[in-house]
Structure formats: C-alpha cells, structure tokens
Design a protein around this ligand. Structure first.
Ligand code: PHE
Length: 335
C-alpha cells in the first residue's frame, strides 16, 4: 500500500468513526484514537520521515489538512452535543405524577352494597327524589296527623310535593302493583331540613332494602343484616346485637348495633358504650302491605333503611359527615 493509499484508508475510517460518535464518551475515544500525540494520524506522520521529499510534501500536507478538518468536525460535534445537554435534563429527578381521579368514598360503599344485594338476588330500584307526600308518608303508615311527620324535618315544595326524607318513600313505588316474592334495594339521596353538625347533614344517602314472601321472619332479616354489615365494614369478627325500636312502617321495629370498630373499652365514636347504632329495620307493618295491595295474612316481609354515609364514615374512619359533601380535595385525596 502506498502512503497515499494508507492515508486514504485512515481518512475513511476516521470520518466514519466520527460520524457515528453520538455521545461524549465516543467522541473522546475518537479524539484519543485519531488526533492525540500517539494517535493514528501522528503515528502516520512520524512514519513518513523516510519517504521521498516529493511524497513527504504531498502526503504530509494532505495529512495535516485532514487533521484540521477532523478537529473542526470534532469540535462542532462536541458543541452540538453540549447544547443538548444544556437543557439540563436530570434523568434521576423523580417524575411528577399527574393527579388521578378516583371514586368518592360514598360511591365505593354504595357500589359494594349494591353488589352484595345483587349477589343475594335483590333487584335495584331507583325512585324519585322529589316525591309525593303520599309515598313519603301515607303509604308507609304515617298519616296526616301522625306525630312522626314532625320528627322528619321536611323540605316542602310549593306544589305540595317534597324532597323525600327517607328511601322508605320508595317502598310504595316498588311494591305497588307487584306480587311477592319481592327482593328490592333502593339506594339514593334523601333530604332533611335540619341543622347540620358532625353527624347530621341536610343531604345524605340511604339504602332501603326489603324482602316480601310467604315465610319471611325476623331471623331472615337478622341473617341478611349480618352478611351485609360484616362485608361492608370489612370485619368478619364484628358482633351484632338487636334492640327493639319504633318506626310507624314496621312492627316490630329493631335497631342494629355493631361492636365498636375503633375501640374495645369505649371511645367518642361509640359514646363510651362499645356499640354503634347502625341499621334501623323491622318487619313490614301489615298496614303498609295492605296499602300497596299485598295481603298481610298471606305475606310478610322485612325492611331496613341504612345510611350509606354512616357506613362510609365507619368504614374509612371519617369523623364528620359534612366532609363527604364538602368537595374538599385535601379530604378526597385520602381515599
Ligand atoms: N326510614 C327510616 C329512616 O329514615 C329507616 C327505616 C327503614 C327503619 C326501614 C325501619 C325500616 O329513619
């Protein structure tokens, strides 16, 4: 190979290597390999000292031009690379997570309640929030002059209708014109015209459940309540107890108490009793069945009406019911 050919080969290799060098490390390596004192070009130049004067001049000057050209290219590649690096991308900085939405605690609990009842063969019904007094009161055995009407502070509308004070208003709507057996769940918003505090809100959510058939007894009611509460509260070991209570639409009426989820010996949530009152219920009053055209001598049923808000509070340890409808992101982010 003549010196000229040798130089041509060096040039080809150097250009190719430089072209392909895409990082600072590769560029540095290129510099050491071709342009340093002991690099390929210098070694080549040193090696032509024995050549003829003529060859020395032409090949020597071509080699020097090549060196300058490679150095310039090298510099410009380094500058471009640094410009990119000047954007200061620190790949080790933790990324910013985009805020992600999620279900509201009330929605979580409502959907779980619905799933449990669906799995037990209940159907889900949606009945009006703006309701007639007939359904909210009369059909569920609260006649006009009944003192129980005063117990429920009602938002009345100008046209004589009202915002339902309880999902029991849906009982008449779903039982009317239907024949037992019936298994129905009515989840929904209810409204009370009363002062709010940590455990009272003017708008909250209930789930009304009812089962009507030939041989329904209090034992069925207890069984259903037990399954549902243990599942929703995620506490299989929860203890339940039942106490007599009064509601015009049930006879007998019961209160359900669940052993406190937060303490063993007494805390503010259970008012130092170890028990939390949770789910009012009872056997559907014969008058209610009669009102919707079901013969109470043939059929019996149970009904219960729980607060979804209260279950969500117990489940998630929320101390103030008003937080649920506050829309406060610092509260909602915690779920
Ligand atoms: N409707 C009652 C309330 O809102 C709850 C209830 C429903 C009680 C069904 C017994 C049976 O307070």
């Amino acid at each position: 190979m003549t010196l000229n050919e040798e130089l041509y080969k060096i040039e080809q290799d150097a250009q190719k290597t430089l072209e392909e060098a895409s990082t600072a490390e590769y560029l540095d390596a290129f510099k050491v390999e071709y342009l340093s004192r002991h690099g390929i070009l210098s070694t080549f130049l040193r090696g032509i000292k024995d050549a003829s004067i003529e060859e020395k001049r032409t090949v020597g000057s071509r080699a020097n031009t090549l060196r300058i050209e490679l150095e310039q290219k090298f510099e410009s590649k380094i500058t471009t690379l640094n410009k990119g690096l000047n954007r200061k991308i620190d790949v080790t900085v933790p990324g910013k997570r985009p805020a992600q939405g999620h279900l509201h605690p009330l929605t979580i609990v409502r959907r779980e309640i619905e799933d449990i009842f669906l799995s037990m063969g209940f159907e889900i019904a949606d009945t009006p929030e703006v309701e007639e007094a007939k359904f909210n009161f009369d059909l569920v055995n609260i006649p006009q002059d009944h003192p129980a009407r005063d117990l429920m502070d009602t938002f009345w509308l100008n046209d004589g209708r009202l915002l339902r004070t309880h999902t029991s208003a849906g009982q008449g709507r779903v039982m009317k014109n239907r024949k037992p057996p019936l298994r129905i769940l009515i989840p929904g918003r209810v409204f009370r015209n009363e002062a709010t505090d940590a455990s009272h809100e003017s708008t909250f959510h209930q789930f009304e459940g009812m089962m009507v058939d030939k041989d329904i007894s209090l034992a069925d009611l207890k069984g259903v309540i037990e399954v549902v509460l243990k599942k929703i509260l995620k506490r299989e070991d929860a203890k339940l107890r039942f106490r007599p209570s009064f509601f015009p639409f049930v006879e007998p009426g019961i209160e359900t108490h669940v052993s406190c989820l937060f303490c063993k010996s007494g805390c503010a949530t259970c008012k130092y009793s170890g028990w939390i009152e949770i789910l009012p219920a009872g056997m559907i009053h014969p008058n209610v069945l009669r009102n919707v055209g079901i013969d109470p001598t043939k059929y019996r049923g149970f009904a219960f009406g729980g607060s979804i808000d209260r279950l969500a509070m117990l489940r998630f340890g929320i101390s103030d019911i008003r937080l649920l409808w506050s829309g406060d992101p610092s509260f909602l982010k915690q779920f």
